[in-house]
Design a protein around this ligand. Structure first.
Ligand code: UD1
Ligand code: CA
Length: 474
């Protein structure tokens, strides 16, 4: 059934977060708290989506422009209560049809639960419906007051509740569906004669009930969906639950996750069947991992594309493409703009940035490769440095196909090494090396004979040298 209006209340200060960031912008699994709520709400395809903002409104509005450009933002200057926020949200036009209202700090609510709830509300033609939950510790929540026939009478806030009412374990989740016109009329009747001196949206329920309207209260199956985030402890608790949900989803889709409690996958990540994720691994942002790839242990990939059968061991990569069957790590740092060709290798203690490595090419050990293009089948010897920065500007290095760069080569950019060329170990290459040539740039070796025997007389080195010359004489 069509949803006319969805209103998300997100003007609260979130004081208990003790943060310079507005509460609803704190993130879990790569999405803001508000982003999680909007992601669920958007799946109900409301014709009209409104978000009430207040504290930190500039940042929240800028964020909304990115994640929900179609949402209308409504500014609540001072906290007048949830009823006041709803009044502002509906002030410009009376809403016909169903109005869904919920808070911006309940990231665990699923689209499925919201859909079921709105369908139940529409089918029953209720004036108002409240989603409730049974909590073992209901402290702080509004309590659901039912009559002898189990019908919802009203909602009482913790601060206004009598001692007896505080023993009610059924709480108000803060998710409501209304008949728009009836809501509009009831909002006009709210007063602030309560413990907090605010207009309570919850009072609308009692008002409609007294007017003889039909009200529904449905208990949600899984109460954890209604958990809100008010401080950093709850942020971590909700994050762990969302992590578990995401991991369960991928495991059920054919991904092996060795240790789900230490594996953090953003909700925006895509994994193929038969991917394996080892412990301590985090996959962030728009990362995609193709079939057969093995990631981890202890690896962090942000906005990366990992192709089929690739392996990443104990490494960090950002905005990197890792080719089919390529291997990375251990202890490799791949920065933005790295492209590893199929079957290529970026080995231990290698850092790369804005560099592409051709098919089957290898940088096996201890190198820095910045601002470079490397062809196919080439090998970059251990401890090679692409000297890309002259202190003022960055320069590019081009390496051809089937090149052999000797160990400990300094490639001082801009410089080109042609196809099939070699460089001698320890060379500082400042001039282009033509195809097929070997570039050598180092001083000739001179041995000063018996230097140790003369200058380090009696040392262990001298003794060893003497013994060695004795051995040779025999
Ligand atoms: C509210 C409910 C309570 C329910 C609980 C569920 C009321 C009076 N009480 O209490 O019954 O059990 O949620 O979590 O509604 N907000 C505004 N403007 C305001 C005040 C609040 O936009 O002037 C927003 C907040 O940012 C928040 C939501 O409304 O997202 C709920 O407000 P909050 O202060 O957290 O209400 P609770 O005391 O938790
Ligand atoms: Ca709250």
């Amino acid at each position: 059934m069509a949803l006319q209006t969805a209103i998300v209340l997100a003007a609260g200060e979130g004081t208990r977060m003790k943060s310079s960031l507005p509460k609803v912008l704190h993130e879990i699994a790569g999405r803001s708290l508000l982003g999680h709520v909007l992601h669920a709400v958007n799946q109900l395809q409301p014709n009209d989506l409104r978000v009430v903002v207040g504290a930190g409104s500039e940042e929240v509005i800028a964020h909304l422009a990115q994640i929900a450009p179609k949402a209308t933002t409504i500014f609540q200057e001072t906290r007048g209560g949830t009823g006041h926020a709803a009044q502002l949200a509906l002030a410009d036009k009376a809403s016909k049809g169903t109005v869904l209202i919920l808070a911006g700090d309940t990231p665990l609510l699923t689209a499925d639960s919201l859909k079921q709830f709105v369908d139940m509300h529409s089918q029953g033609k209720f004036a108002a419906s409240v989603l409730t939950a049974e909590h073992s510790d209901p402290t702080g929540y509004g309590r659901i007051i039912r009559d002898d026939n189990d019908e919802l009478l009203r909602i009482v806030e913790e601060k206004d509740a009598s001692e007896n009412e505080k023993y009610i374990f059924e709480i108000n989740s803060g998710v409501y569906a209304f008949d728009g016109e009836k809501l509009g009329a009831a909002l006009g009747k709210l007063t602030s004669s309560n413990a907090q001196g605010e207009l309570y949206l919850t009072d609308v329920i009692g008002i409609l009930k007294s007017a003889g309207e039909s009200i529904a209260a449905v208990v949600i199956e899984d109460f954890t969906e209604t958990l809100g985030v008010n401080d950093r402890v709850q942020l971590a608790e909700s994050a762990a639950m969302i992590r578990d949900r995401i991991n369960e989803h991928w495991m059920r889709s054919g991904v092996t996750i060795i240790d789900p409690t230490t594996t953090w996958i953003d909700s925006t990540v895509q994994l193929a069947q038969d991917v394996t994720v080892h412990p301590g691994t985090a996959l962030f942002g728009k990362t995609t991992v193709a079939s057969g790839a093995v990631i981890g242990p202890r690896s962090t990939l942000t906005d990366c594309e990992v192709k089929a059968g690739a392996q990443v061991l104990e490494s960090i990569a950002v905005e990197t493409v890792i080719g089919e069957g390529a291997t990375v790590g251990p202890f490799t740092y791949l920065r933005a703009g790295t492209q590893l060709g199929d079957l290529s290798k970026a080995g231990a203690f290698v850092e790369m940035k804005k560099a592409s490595l051709g098919t089957g090419s290898k940088v096996p050990h201890l190198s820095y490769v910045g601002d470079a293009t490397i062809g196919d089948g080439s090998n970059i010897g251990a401890a090679t440095i692409f000297v890309n920065y002259d202190g003022v500007e960055k320069h590019h290095t081009t390496i051809g196909d089937h090149v052999r760069i000797g160990s400990d080569t300094m490639l001082v950019a801009p410089v080109t090494v042609g196809d099939g060329a070699y460089t001698a170990a320890g060379s500082v290459i400042t001039e282009d090396v033509p195809a097929g040539a070997i570039g050598i740039s180092r001083s000739e070796q001179r041995n000063v004979l018996d230097w140790v025997l003369r200058k380090r007389k009696g040392s262990k080195s001298a003794q060893a040298a003497e013994a060695s010359s004795g051995k040779k004489k025999k």
